[in-house]
Write a protein that binds this ligand. Structure first.
Ligand code: NAD
Ligand code: TDX
Length: 340
C-alpha cells in the first residue's frame, strides 16, 4: 500500500481526487489533512469517511509543529498538496492569508517531507502563474517554458510556492513534481466561483454578476480529468518537472453563463454586467502536449458534456450548496467531532 497525504481534501478538487483514488486505485491508503476554512466542507467527505482506506485530520499546513508530528506518526510515502486559499477575488481584498497558507504552508510541507524521507511530493498549481494571453492571439498557449508573470496576490502566492518546490529539487535533490492546471469545474465546486455561483443563483432567480464585458476567456477542464492527470504524475512523473494540464476547452465567461441559463431554462435577463475585477486576466489557454506525450494523459470530458453533468449534479445535490449558502455547513465539524 502507498501511504498518501492529501492536503486540502475537504475542498473542491482535493475531495474529487480522494473519491477518484478510492474508486479506482486500491493501492492508496489516504490521510486527508484540512483546516476546514470557509472553503472546506466535511460533508463532502461523508462517503469517503466510511472507507477503511481513508482518515481525516483537521489541521493547518502552516502549523509547523503540527505538520511535523503528523509526518512523524504517519510516515507518508507520498504527499499531494491541494490546500490553498484559492479565490482570486478574496486575494484582492485580503492578500495576507494567501501568503501564509499558499507559501508558508507549502514550505512547512516541503520541510516535513524532506525530514521524514517522503518518496514524492506533488504541488498542485495553476495556469494563473503564467499571467494571461491576449484575446486576439488565438494560436498562443501556455507551455511549461512560458515565463512566470503573475497578476493577482493569489497567483503570485501560487508562483512562489512553485518556485520553492522546484528549489527543493535543485538544492536538496528532493523528488518533487508540479502541475499547472486550467480552470476546473464539476461536483463540490464552492459556490463563490463562476460556474457554481451562476448555477446556484440562477436556480434562485437571482441576478448573475458578469465582470466587465464578459469576454474574458477561461480554459475549462472537468475535475475528474485533472484528478487522473495528478495520479499519473504521482505515479510516473519525472522528478523536478512541471506538467501543464488542460483540454482545449476555451470559452468566454458570457458563453459559459448563457450555456448554464439555457440548460436550466432560465432567462438571459438575469445577467447583470458589473464592475470588472482589478487586474482581471484576459485569457488562459493550456498546451498539454508534454503530459500527453510523456505520460499518455488525455482529457475524456469535453465542455458540452461536462457542463451538462455539472448542472445535473447541482440540481440533484441542492442541499449541499444550500447549506453552504446558509452557512449551516460550518457547524458540521463541531457536530461530528465534538465528542471524538
Ligand atoms: P478550494 O478552495 O475548494 O479548497 C481548498 C481546501 O484547502 C479547503 O478544503 C480548505 O479548507 C483547505 N485549506 C485552506 N487553507 C488551509 C490550511 N492552511 N491548512 C489546511 N487546509 C487548508 O480549492 P480548489 O479549487 O479545490 O483548489 C485546490 C488546489 O488546486 C489549490 O491549490 C488551487 O490553487 C489549485 N487549482 C485550482 C483550480 C480551480 O479551477 N479550482 C485550477 C488550478 C489549480
Ligand atoms: O461573479 C463572478 N463573475 C465573473 O464574471 C465571478 C466569481 C467570476 N467572474 C469571472 C472572472 C473570471 O474571468 O469568471 C471567470 C472565472 O472566475 P473564477 O471562477 O473566480 O476563477 P478564476 O479567477 O479564473 O480562477 C480559477 O481558476 C484558476 C480558480 O478559482 C483558481 O483557484 C484557479 O487557480
Amino acid at each position: 500500500m502507498i501511504k498518501l497525504l492529501v492536503t486540502g481534501g475537504a475542498g473542491f478538487i482535493g475531495s474529487n481526487f480522494i473519491y477518484y483514488l478510492l474508486e479506482n486505485k486500491p493501492e492508496y491508503d489516504i490521510v486527508c489533512l484540512d483546516k476546514l476554512t470557509y472553503a472546506g466542507n466535511l460533508k463532502t467527505l461523508d462517503e469517503a469517511l466510511k472507507s477503511d482506506r481513508f482518515r481525516f485530520v483537521r489541521g493547518d499546513i502552516a502549523d509547523r509543529e503540527f505538520v511535523d508530528a503528523l509526518f512523524k506518526e504517519e510516515k507518508f510515502d507520498k504527499v499531494v498538496n491541494f490546500a490553498a486559499e484559492s479565490h482570486v477575488d478574496r486575494s484582492i481584498e485580503s492578500p495576507e492569508v494567501f501568503l501564509r497558507t499558499n507559501v508558508m504552508g507549502t514550505a512547512s510541507l516541503l520541510d516535513a517531507s524532506r525530514k521524514y524521507g517522503v518518496e514524492r511530493y506533488h504541488q498542485v498549481s495553476t495556469d494563473e502563474v503564467y499571467g494571461d494571453l491576449p484575446l486576439e492571439a488565438k494560436d498562443l498557449f501556455f507551455t511549461e517554458e512560458t515565463p512566470i508573470h503573475t497578476s493577482s496576490p493569489y497567483s503570485a502566492s501560487k508562483a512562489s510556492a512553485d518556485l520553492l518546490t522546484l528549489a527543493y529539487f535543485r538544492t536538496y535533490g528532493m523528488n518533487v513534481t508540479v502541475s499547472r492546471c486550467s480552470n476546473n469545474y464539476g461536483p463540490y465546486h464552492f459556490p463563490e466561483k463562476l460556474i457554481p455561483l451562476m448555477i446556484s443563483r440562477a436556480l434562485n432567480d437571482e441576478s448573475l454578476p458578469v465582470y466587465g464585458n464578459g469576454l474574458n476567456v477561461r480554459d475549462w477542464l472537468y475535475v475528474e480529468d485533472h484528478c487522473k492527470a495528478i495520479e499519473m504524475i504521482l505515479d510516473k512523473g519525472r522528478a523536478g518537472e512541471v506538467y501543464n494540464i488542460g483540454g482545449h476547452n476555451e470559452r468566454t465567461n458570457i458563453e459559459v453563463v448563457r450555456t448554464i441559463l439555457r440548460q436550466l431554462g432560465k432567462p438571459e435577463s438575469l445577467i447583470t454586467y458589473v464592475k470588472d475585477r482589478a487586474g482581471h486576466d484576459l485569457r488562459y489557454a493550456i498546451d498539454p502536449a508534454k503530459i500527453s506525450r510523456e505520460l499518455g494523459w488525455t482529457p475524456e470530458t469535453d465542455f458540452d458534456s461536462g457542463i451538462k453533468k455539472t448542472v445535473e449534479w447541482y440540481l440533484n445535490n441542492r442541499k449541499w450548496w444550500e447549506d453552504i449558502i446558509s452557512g449551516e455547513y460550518a457547524d458540521y465539524y463541531e457536530k461530528m467531532y465534538s465528542n471524538k
